[in-house]
Design a protein around this ligand. Structure first.
Ligand code: TXA
Ligand code: MG
Length: 319
């Protein structure tokens, strides 16, 4: 099993040798390798069992370094970067040829991000190459928000896990494409659309589909745990004669009908940021509970981070 620790020097050495290190970020843990080295990138795809048509995000620690691997950064993208980096924002830009095709699945564009986590920023500052890092989960499963989540699922394939504690945001970054004339949100995430719009004005939000080639990773069931998960209001669960096998992920208030121990409250005080932080742990907790065969869930208010939460829940129910 991979060692878990806070040894940045060790992480650096492994990455320099072409190995893989799980890195903490404010959104979710990433499975990182040298983005400019094909053999490392191909190890990432293998470790995750990720199809090669699903491109990776490239992580670095300064706008200056970003300039070395993208062709050009439009003004509005610079405005967002200055306002929100380091932070839960990924920009989709035209790539330079230094970025291997393997990273971008042959596309001309590259997704880049400066994550906001002290340990990972120190690590990135030591490296002259950027890190390609998808979320550190097996393909199709829930993203990890603690080092233990990573260990449980990829402990045998990653060389080291840099332990930065629980992720503060808890859902993946918001992806904004600058490939067309107008910016477009390709993935709802940890940076609210409202915040983006405060800086650059109104943006379009991609209507995700299961086979959209623009965001190849946005498969419908991307966040699905191993069990059936259904919307509370779309399923006649009250007709069940045994509630002991039904679990629920609820926003603020537990359901009266179900045993309390079968339920996960995302935020008792109704805070969407807290709910986002708890979301993936909630899915994992339900998945691990052997008594539970079916998971009910409900939509949260569709504003701010609530939009990303509803998006992930929708994917989870789409299995
Ligand atoms: O918060 C995050 O973004 C985390 C942390 C580790 O940084 N990373 C993450 O990576 O969520 P991943 O691989 O799980 O999701 C990346 C998404 C995928 O849906 C992929 O299709 C999309 O970004 N993507 C990457 N490069 C792209 C490109 N050139 N064009 C379109 N979509 C791209
Ligand atoms: Mg992922």
């Amino acid at each position: 099993m991979a060692q878990i620790g806070v040894d940045i020097g060790r992480a650096e050495e492994i990455l320099r040798q072409g190995g893989l290190v799980a890195i903490p970020t404010e959104t979710v843990y990433g499975l990182a390798g040298n983005a400019l080295k094909e053999s490392s990138v191909s190890k990432i795809f293998k470790a995750k069992n990720r199809p090669s048509f699903d491109p990776l995000i490239v992580h670095t620690n300064s706008l200056h370094k970003v300039e070395s691997f993208v062709r050009y950064i439009p003004d509005q993208a610079i405005q967002l970067a200055k306002q929100f980096w380091p932070g839960p924002l990924t920009l989709l830009l035209q790539k330079k040829s230094i970025v291997p095709d393997l990273v971008t699945s042959g596309l001309d564009s590259v997704a880049v991000r400066i994550p906001n986590h002290e340990l990972t920023l120190s690590l990135l500052a030591q490296l002259e190459f950027p890190l390609a890092a998808p979320s550190a989960n097996p393909f199709g499963y829930v993203s990890p928000t603690t080092a233990e989540h990573v260990e449980a699922q990829l402990g045998h394939t990653v060389d080291y896990i840099l332990d930065g504690g629980a992720c503060r945001v808890g859902v993946e970054s918001t992806i904004v494409s600058f490939l067309e004339e107008k910016p477009k949100v390709l993935r709802l995430g940890g940076l609210a659309v409202e915040q983006i719009e405060e800086v650059i004005g109104s943006v379009r939000v991609n209507k995700h589909s299961s086979s959209s080639p623009q965001a190849p990773g946005m498969l419908k069931s991307h966040y699905a745990p191993g069990k059936s998960i259904v919307w509370i209001d779309g399923f006649n669960w009250k007709a069940a004669n045994d509630f002991s096998q039904i679990g629920a992920i609820v926003f603020q208030h537990p359901l009266e009908e179900l045993p309390l121990e079968n339920q996960f409250v995302l935020s008792a005080k109704g805070d969407l940021e807290e709910a986002a932080r708890n979301l993936f742990t909630a899915l994992r907790t339900m998945d691990k509970n052997n008594h539970i065969a079916l998971i009910l869930t409900q939509r949260v208010p569709d504003v701010g981070l609530g939009r990303a939460i509803n998006d992930r829940l929708k994917r989870a129910t789409a299995k």
